[in-house]
Design a protein around this ligand. Structure first.
Ligand code: SAH
Length: 255
């Protein structure tokens, strides 16, 4: 089994028993499993990432705070830990990727739409490694996250277990049918892009709720995707197509 990075796993960890040696102290004992080049300074790496997200235009302070809290390096392979706080997508196995922090924060900011306080129940399609579910757990009352690949569903469970997030519910299944039992949802967010938004998602969205998803729009090149924001209002559905994005395809069935 792969060795996971060994930081305190809780999102609100109690103070570590031993303080990390400060830079240049010359007495930095090697801790087994500690990722090379990241060390106990991962909070500083996250803060730099948050500053970059701010420069890219993310303004929602709750989103920035959640991005600064969740330890992204815990969700990637040990060999990629040094890139965990760069604004880049990274492979997570089975041909899938963890989305770029810039895209995760942009989509969640759109999903929140300036909300004060936490969102209600959220449905996430495409758990992947579980990173975005962890970010959402800090911003919503409940997070239902579906993954169609058993290997990634299991990996996300393993990644999230030490964080003890009681409001994250991981589901194995085809997200194209949504998860009616958890609905209606205040928000639906998809990390995989299809030709169109499945009707089940719109049905399971609460009135007043918002869906954010990549959809094939032919933007740029055939099969190119754009970000779609869909609002379900008392008078009907309002859709807005935003910038071009690049997500893995939304596929039906499980594997
Ligand atoms: N939010 C994830 C991103 C994972 S990439 C993270 O933070 O890591 C998108 C994921 O969507 C992939 O794991 C892919 O297997 C999954 N996916 C694609 N189609 C799906 C479907 N119909 N139902 C559930 N998951 C799906």
């Amino acid at each position: 089994m792969k060795q996971r990075p060994s930081f305190p796993a809780r999102l609100n960890p109690s103070p570590p028993a031993t303080k990390p040696a400060s830079k240049g102290s010359g007495s930095n004992p090697t801790v087994p499993g500690r990722p090379q080049g990241l060390g106990m300074d991962s909070a500083a790496h996250r803060q730099r990432m948050v500053q970059l997200l701010q420069r890219q235009g993310v303004q929602d302070s709750a989103v920035l705070s959640a991005m600064g809290t969740v330890e992204r390096h815990r969700f990637v392979d040990s060999a990629l830990v040094n890139q965990a706080y760069e604004d880049t997508s990274l492979p997570i196995g089975l041909g899938q990727t963890i989305s770029k922090p810039g895209v995760v924060s942009r989509m969640i900011e759109l999903l929140r739409n300036g909300a004060q306080g936490r969102l209600g129940r959220i449905l996430e399609i495409g758990t992947g490694c579980g990173y975005q579910a962890a970010v959402l757990s800090l911003l919503a009352s409940e997070v239902y996250s579906i993954e169609r690949l058993r290997g990634l569903h299991d990996k996300a469970r393993e990644n999230l277990r030490p964080m003890r997030l009681p409001n994250v519910h991981l589901l194995f299944g085809d997200g194209m049918v949504g998860y009616a039992k958890g609905g209606p949802y205040a928000g639906i967010i998809s990390a995989a892009g299809g030709e169109a938004v499945p009707q089940a998602w719109i049905d399971q969205l609460a009135v007043g709720g918002r869906l954010v998803a990549p959809v094939v729009s032919g933007h740029g090149k055939p099969g190119g995707q754009s970000l779609l924001v869909l609002d379900k209002t008392v008078v009907g559905i309002r859709q807005t197509i935003l910038e071009a994005v690049h997500f893995v395809p939304l596929k039906s069935g499980v594997a």
